[in-house]
Design a protein around this ligand. Structure first.
Ligand code: UDP
Length: 326
């Protein structure tokens, strides 16, 4: 069986990718230091514990499993924390990626799918975003992802690395079978926080700003089901096996949805009100972000299949109510 090394395989998106890989005949080997990931989410292959900056450990894992490809999710991803600890973000996200690239080169592994983000675009001058929109991050997190993308491009100049860079918009929802889901501590994302408020697990959803220049005053984002995101990685591996040309794709639906629309959808799915507490704008939140979402369709033949709001919220709810480890 073909092995794939999944850095960050114990995390939210990484664990969904492991499931998608296993379903497609891959043997996913998770590499995770469990600082943010969860041992209980590694269900579709072995776990190798290790830090992404630990070259000796990476070399040993590559030698043991001889993977054909790497999916690189391991990273720090909170915008606010990146402002407080930019050096740490640079170390883990940039130096960590460089360390992984070095280990891949030594092991002769030539295929990489990299987990990037809409945060590379900052506040775009034009909407919808496309992959030709200039990168202009507005926080250290986005800067580290731009730098990591650049490190991958540099490594590919050797002619021996095939890569796909996938820039996620708002990954949301959970595994439809309830086998994995979102377990961040603390949770900062809108949908789990709004669900927690609807279910009475939190007193209220803090609504960060309702005076944005949008139709209902709240921020607009492009929410994409995490299983659709995971599937794009499997398709990227197939595409890279067929052709060495690099892939850079946004992963989104092409549709912007406001915070208030998310709240209304959660109320419709749960049949419960979401109590709201108005709060100031969260620093660094761009008013509107959504992608044209055409490259992934063209390059990977990818179509989001579960990214309607009802499916996203239903699947997030399955995890929150019955499956999430406490
Ligand atoms: N948001 C909110 N309350 C929360 C979490 C998020 O009002 O508890 C808003 C946030 O300001 C943004 C949108 O919901 O406009 C999506 O935020 P999230 O953190 O889920 O994703 P981001 O777009 O920041 O990656």
């Amino acid at each position: 069986m073909r092995a794939a090394l999944v850095t960050g395989g114990a995390g939210y998106i990484g664990s969904h990718a492991c499931k998608a890989l296993a379903r497609s005949g891959w043997h996913p080997v998770s590499y995770d230091d469990l600082s943010l990931g969860h041992r209980a989410l590694v269900k579709w292959g072995p776990l190798e514990e290790g830090d992404i900056r630990d070259r000796a450990r990476l070399d040993a894992v590559f030698a043991r499993w001889r993977p054909q490809a790497v999916l690189h999710f391991a990273a720090l991803s909170q915008v606010g924390a990146s402002v407080r600890q930019p050096d740490l973000y640079c170390d883990v996200n940039v130096a960590g990626t460089e360390c992984l690239l070095g280990a891949m080169q030594t092991a002769g592994v030539d295929t990489l799918v990299f987990s990037s983000t809409a945060a590379v675009y900052g506040v775009p001058a034009h909407l919808p975003i496309t992959e030709t929109t200039p990168v202009a991050p507005t926080n250290p997190y986005g800067e580290t992802k731009v730098a990591a993308e650049a490190a991958i491009r540099r490594a590919a100049e050797s002619g021996k690395l095939r890569y796909a860079i996938l820039r996620y918009f708002n990954a949301a929802g959970g595994d439809p079978d309830g086998e994995t889901g979102e377990s961040h501590e603390p949770e900062t994302h809108l949908i789990p926080n709004a669900l927690a408020a609807a279910l009475g697990k939190a007193p209220a959803l803090e609504l960060f700003g309702d005076d944005y220049p949008t139709p209902d005053g709240t921020c607009i984002r492009d929410y994409i089901h995490v299983s659709d995101v995971a599937e794009a990685h499997v398709l990227a591996l197939s595409r890279l096996a067929e052709s060495p040309a690099p892939v850079v794709c946004d992963l989104g639906t092409g549709k912007g949805v406001s915070v208030r629309e998310i709240v209304a959808a959660i109320e419709a799915v749960t049949g419960r009100a979401v109590p709201i507490r108005k709060a100031p704008r969260r620093p660094g939140d761009p008013p509107v972000l959504y992608t044209a979402a055409q490259s992934a369709q063209r390059e990977l033949d990818w179509r989001p299949e579960r990214s309607d709001l009802t499916s996203i919220i239903r699947d997030a709810l399955i995890w929150q109510t019955s499956c999430k480890p406490t």
